[in-house]
Design a protein around this ligand. Sequence first.
Ligand SMILES: *Cc1c(COP(=O)(O)O)cnc(C)c1O
Length: 406
Amino acid sequence: MMSYGYRPEWSEGAIKCPIFQTSTFVFPTAEEGKAHFEVAYGLRNRREGEREGLIYSRINNPDLEILENRLSLWDNAEECAVFESGMGAITTVLLEFLKPGDLLVHSSPLYGGADHFIRHFLPKQGISTLEFHPDHSKEALSALILASGKADRLAMIYVETPANPTNALYDLAVCREVADQFSSPGRRALVAVDNTYMGPLWQHPLQWGADFSIYSATKYIGGHSDVIAGAVCGNKQMLQRIKGLRTFLGNMAGPWTGWLLLRSLETLHVRMERQAANAALVAAFLQHHPCVEKVHYLGFLDPEKDAQQYDVFKRQYSTAGAMLAFDVPGGEDAAFQVLNRLKLVKLAVSLGSTESLAQHPDTMTHAGVEIAHKRALGITPGMIRLSVGVEHPDDLIWDLKQALEC
Ligand SMILES: *Cc1c(COP(=O)(O)O)cnc(C)c1O
């Protein structure tokens, strides 16, 4: 992955891919310019050995192309498209594959931005939406779709797993089976997975039959809290459509963003492994702390008490990840006191970065979710979400210890 798609001899021997800070590209001849457009506009297929020519940075740029090639490797995908934000990636997928009259079935809770777009923007375009929960079995999910009266218009199942911030898991194989059940020849119901929380290392949605693995690359992929970006991985045919719409929406990533992410990708594996190892130590510390009521951490799923969730965890994930949440007794006041006492862990939303971040889902990331719905999902006023970074684990535990008083 580290050297894939780039050769130093293309750029004066530069060991790293330079930043191609250019809006447009010079054609060697008019004939070659014509050929580039024929391919880019789909007027003919690429000839044997013909590369996609560079035209204009809204269509393509070397930093983006190399980044897309490298990101594809992690998900074992045919192709990938990068965007200037995770929301750019999500909304472009939804806009390209949904049309008026369609039904979109989605998991819950969703990332706030995705939730708003799905529940408030899509219905204005005549698209019906329906939510399902981790405890829906395959049969219950099918029944829910049938009862909507729009089963013949099921266009997509959109899933975020693990759910934020409770870490509830959705079974992607079940999503695929249900989507297939409501597909017909010539009309395939798609499965799109927001893989931000566990990808691209610890969960591979395409392997479970998903059509898209979508990322906020702002999180683990970027990993340094200094860039906003997004990505979608999937098969060639679907990605061509996504890149087509991206060209017209103009929400592709710029060369700087591409270059920063190329740099981030080189340490992605070591960062994520360290974050997961740290999270296991932090979770173990919190689990037995007298001021902590409950820890929502995948490593604590019980094979008997949580049999269904444990089964999904064992099949679908290779680690327990680096995101956890915990409940303190005493509600919002107590949670705020803990957050305000933290010294090393930063009080901020976002996740997946080198530094540990803590926030209060009830009043921050999930402030827009209806109270009754939040409580039903297990988001309490005493809940704190933690994204564990790469710091020394003793420092993190020291910080939590001094912040937790009860
Ligand atoms: C942050 C996030 C997004 C949105 O990504 P941006 O890069 O902020 O646009 C989408 N899904 C999940 C799960 C996220 O955490």
